[in-house]
Design a protein around this ligand. Structure first.
Ligand code: NAD
Ligand code: ZN
Length: 381
């Protein structure tokens, strides 16, 4: 089968790889019909996630058709069209029982932090991903959810990660009625966080990014304010001015480690991309939240804790929350929001690219070419 193949930082290609097989009675094999490239894949692509090995297949956002099921799979049948959450979760460990599906212990018993994730290096269990024609889906009774008949496949594929992650970013903020919410990052995750913030009662939603086309999109899609942080000099000062010097009630980091890219180097004067991204978005979030406020982190980080202004966070009494999204927990609510027209996530999809053109697809998404917001990879039919 055709599958994405990681060759080293910023080098990916399409490769012929062996078909996945049922390795456990609860496995299913899914023929992928759509997969996405995520901001999280850029951390892998840029070589910033430990234990990412040459030859790995990325892809944690995919939907498809069930081709084969193991003998203990009873919730799915061959032919079902399924949304596959990016978290691999056993459904039975102490964390899954608390609906912390992003922290499943069984799917990744060696790790102390992250659970299992498709196509996300050996720190997340070493599972192959769905940027391929087929994928093995472990614990198939737990995560995969049948796509409702009425749902557009482009909405369905965004339910594997983007929609629940953006929603959870807002949820973790503990937004109260009338709150001012500042969101750093207008990628797909920040866009969905902005849209979701209103559902929790936000009174004002302010998004920061440096890509004008993304700022334009989020203004319309989420009916919020959005600013190019390069034009306002310092988002921390800006937020204070907007809030009678108090600061935002809730700040959301939807950027993560190196998503900032090289453009930020000129602003921070720092040496590496990873430091540049993390030094700005998360510092800005902590420094612009009010005393006693909440910082919600969904941006993904490597080991860069030394760049966090933890002293400021302590002195202000800030609550810092973060996690991988718990997709399965949120799916029923997210499906309802799509059905009721509250969310129309597929408007974010700017590109459908054949899986065979994987290298171009990564470049376009990574370099934000051609006004790219979200890229869907389509395997040959
Ligand atoms: P993306 O790369 O498309 O978007 C990131 C955006 O941040 C870009 O538009 C970039 O211009 C902007 N940006 C860079 N530096 C900034 C700064 N200092 N301030 C404000 N904006 C800045 O990525 P995405 O797909 O939207 O994902 C965003 C983050 O969320 C990534 O770190 C990704 O790994 C993470 N993520 C987390 C989860 C989870 O479950 N926690 C799930 C999916 C994605
Ligand atoms: Zn993702």
């Amino acid at each position: 089968m055709l599958a994405m193949d990681y060759r080293g930082p910023q080098r990916v290609r399409i490769e012929n790889k062996p078909m996945p097989e049922i390795l456990h009675p609860q496995d299913a094999i899914v023929r992928v019909t759509r997969s996405c490239i995520c901001g999280s894949d850029l951390h892998l692509y840029n070589g910033n996630v430990p234990d990412t090995r040459v030859g790995e297949t990325f892809g944690h956002e995919f939907i498809g058709v069930v081709e084969e099921v193991g003998p203990d799979v009873h919730k799915l049948k061959v032919g079902d069209q399924v949304i596959v959450p990016f978290n691999i979760a056993c459904g039975e460990c102490t964390f899954c029982k608390q609906e912390l599906y992003g922290n499943c212990h069984e799917a990744n018993p060696q790790a102390t932090a992250v659970g299992g994730i498709f196509g996300y290096s050996h720190i997340a269990g070493g599972y192959n991903g769905g940027q391929a024609e087929y994928a093995r889906v472990p614990y198939a009774n737990v995560g995969p959810t049948v796509i409702p008949d009425w749902m557009h496949p482009d909405d369905a594929v965004l339910l594997t990660d983007v929609v629940p992650t953006g929603y959870q970013a807002a949820e973790m903020g503990g937004i109260q009625k009338g709150d001012t919410v500042a969101i750093f990052g207008a990628g797909p995750i920040g866009i969905m966080a902005a849209k979701s913030a209103w559902l929790f009662g936000a009174g004002r939603v302010i998004v920061f990014d440096q890509e004008e086309y993304r700022l334009d999109f989020v203004r319309k899609f989420a009916q919020c304010e959005a600013y190019d942080f390069r034009s306002i000099t310092d988002p921390v000062v800006f937020m204070k001015k907007q809030t009678d010097s108090l600061g935002a009630d809730v700040c959301i980091d939807a950027v993560g480690a190196e998503a900032a890219g090289s453009k930020l180097q000129t602003i921070t004067g720092r040496k590496t991309l990873m430091q540049a991204g993390s030094a700005t978005a998360l510092q800005w979030a902590i420094n612009s939240v009010k005393k006693g406020g909440v910082v919600s982190i969904v941006g993904v980080y490597g080991p860069t804790g030394n760049l966090i202004p933890i002293g400021n966070a302590l002195n202000k009494g800030v609550t810092i929350r973060g996690n991988q999204a718990s997709v399965k927990r949120l799916l029923p609510r997210m499906i309802e929001h799509i059905q009721n027209g509250v969310f129309s996530p597929r408007e974010m999809i700017t590109h459908h690219i054949p899986l065979e053109d994987i290298s171009d697809a990564y470049r376009i998404f990574s370099d934000k070419l051609d006004n790219c917001i979200k890229t869907v990879l389509v395997p040959p039919s």
